[in-house]
Design a protein around this ligand. Structure first.
Ligand code: HEC
Ligand code: HEC
Length: 174
């Protein structure tokens, strides 16, 4: 039988070795972080420039949805369209369902014509959806610092290119 004392001594020794190892493989504060420059000064640090699509609406290729019912990213140039103001929302000019087909744009989904508070369908676009760029963003072509290994599961075959949130919104809610 191993005595309790021996056990305690052994585990203490183990702990010492473990901490010893940890100490020998520490990072200096300057090495922490994803950027490779000093964390204490911005002098040598230059942010990577963003590079948004310059392909005109109508000629761009849609981007696969990040996950089922994720708000799709804007694949086309938005030059002159942002910011959206009270007087001017060009997005609706192409994405309202009644015009979308004619300009080959994806029509806004049913969820954008629905009042989430009262849970009622509306005959007009919900005001809560007016500021499209609060949820839909253009994507900048930069190399990610950390590779994203997330693999989405789409329950519908066209889930990577179409949404159906209005049908699944209350799933699991009783
Ligand atoms: C001149 C018409 C036009 C305007 C204005 C426009 N779009 Fe588009 N949009 C399109 C077309 C057409 C597509 C499909 C891709 C293509 O052909 O370039 C598209 C694609 C998209 C997509 C991707 C849809 C998908 O199925 O993945 C989003 C999101 C989007 N637009 C949002 C916006 C937002 C937000 C604005 C306003 C800032 C806007 N669009 C303004 C025509 C337009
Ligand atoms: C509050 C966030 C939010 C706002 C604001 C918003 N959207 Fe969306 N949008 C979403 C989400 C989330 C989805 C995907 C799930 C769904 O609702 O079907 C979506 C889906 C879409 C789609 C894809 C439809 C399909 O069948 O796949 C288009 C096109 C779109 N939105 C356009 C717009 C435009 C244009 C505006 C502004 C007039 C806008 N959205 C405002 C969150 C938003």
């Amino acid at each position: 039988m191993v005595s309790t004392k021996t056990l305690i001594a052994a585990s203490l020794l183990g702990a010492f070795i473990a901490t010893g190892c940890a100490v020998s493989s520490t990072y200096t504060e300057e090495e922490l972080g994803l950027r490779k420059t000093d964390l204490y000064t911005e002098k040598t640090t230059v942010g990577e420039t963003t590079s948004y699509s310059t392909v005109a609406a109508g000629e761009s290729k849609v981007i696969q949805r990040a996950f089922e019912n994720a708000p799709p990213m804007i694949p086309h140039d938005v030059e002159g369209m942002l910011p959206i103001t009270r007087e001017n929302n060009s997005c609706t000019g192409c994405h309202m369902p009644e015009v979308a087909e004619a300009v080959k744009a994806t029509p806004m989904p049913k969820s954008h014509f629905f009042d989430m508070r009262t849970q009622k369908a509306l005959t007009h676009m919900s005001e809560a959806r007016y500021n499209c760029s609060a949820c839909h963003a253009p994507q900048s072509a930069n190399e990610p610092l950390v590779v994203n290994e997330f693999k989405p599961d789409y329950r519908k075959e066209n889930g990577a290119s179409r949404s159906n949130l209005i049908d699944t919104l209350n799933e699991g809610v009783k």
